[in-house]
Design a binder for this molecule. Structure first.
Ligand code: PMT
Length: 222
């Protein structure tokens, strides 16, 4: 792993969950801790890149060497922050677990119970950050993640094509891997190739992922 692999390149990394507010005290979130994305940001900085980290609500310190950090809460905020940062970027790595849906309306006051009547929340679909980027004529080299509980390979390859990505990192969720855990295991896919990165710490995997991204970037963009 060469520490110069991304020298001179601008890399944007998204990490963590998004919180979609229901009312002033409640939200819909997910179990992403941000660890995977923060490790990728740190590894990219160590490889010489100028890194902007767009972070959802997490409790992690900014990794050493990361030049800019933008904290966001919702998928809509992450969408705006990533699109702005990606306009000047060479590579975007989407490690965030972006909420697919948000409540159609945020209640201005705390919702109250109504005598056992139940509650139905209406949800609206959030914009897809990766798909928005790949729809632009000029866009960064795009690396997506796919977290799946089953049929990991086929869902990942489908997302690679459907979202117009250059590479996708698929992780199987569960069994002490994926969300929240210190370890992960990744299968990388790109048009015409794949590589398996077996179980290791997220720090170690991030270095291996960055090395692969640098190699593919150079093959198709330089
Ligand atoms: O944060 P950790 O606790 O360390 O956990 C790491 C992780 C499991 C969250 C991470 O490795 C991971 O897999 N992140 C993607 C999670 C996911 O569920 O992705 P998805 O299948 O919903 O989305 C696929 C890709 O599209 C992702 O790159 C995602 O960032 C992107 N996406 C999704 C929805 C959306 N509206 N916009 C997007 O850009």
């Amino acid at each position: 792993f060469g520490s110069e692999a991304l020298r001179g390149l601008k890399v944007v990394v998204s990490a963590g969950p998004t919180y979609e507010d229901i009312d002033p005290v409640r939200f819909i979130g997910n179990r992403s801790s941000g660890r995977m994305g923060f490790a990728v940001a740190e590894a990219a900085a160590q490889a010489g890149a100028a890194v902007t980290l767009v972070a959802g609500p997490v409790t992690l310190a900014t990794p050493a060497g990361v030049a800019h950090r933008i904290d966001v809460r919702s998928a809509a905020e992450m969408h705006v922050a990533v699109l702005a940062a990606a306009a000047q970027a060479d590579i975007y790595v989407g490690a965030a677990a972006v909420g697919d849906y948000r409540p159609s309306a945020v209640a201005p006051q705390k919702l109250k119970k109504h005598g056992g009547a139940g509650l139905t929340l209406e949800l609206a679909e959030n914009p897809d950050i990766l798909a928005s980027l790949s729809a632009q004529t000029v866009h960064p080299f795009l690396v997506g993640f796919a977290a799946e509980t089953h049929d990991v390979a086929s869902y990942a390859q489908d997302k690679l094509q459907r979202k117009g990505l250059d590479m996708i990192a698929a992780n199987q969720v569960g069994d002490g891997l994926g969300f929240e855990a210190a370890d992960n295991a990744l299968n990388l896919y790109w048009a015409g190739g794949s590589v398996e990165l077996p179980r290791a710490s997220k720090t170690e995997l991030a270095h291996q992922l960055v090395a692969q991204v640098a190699q593919r970037y150079k093959a198709v963009r330089q």
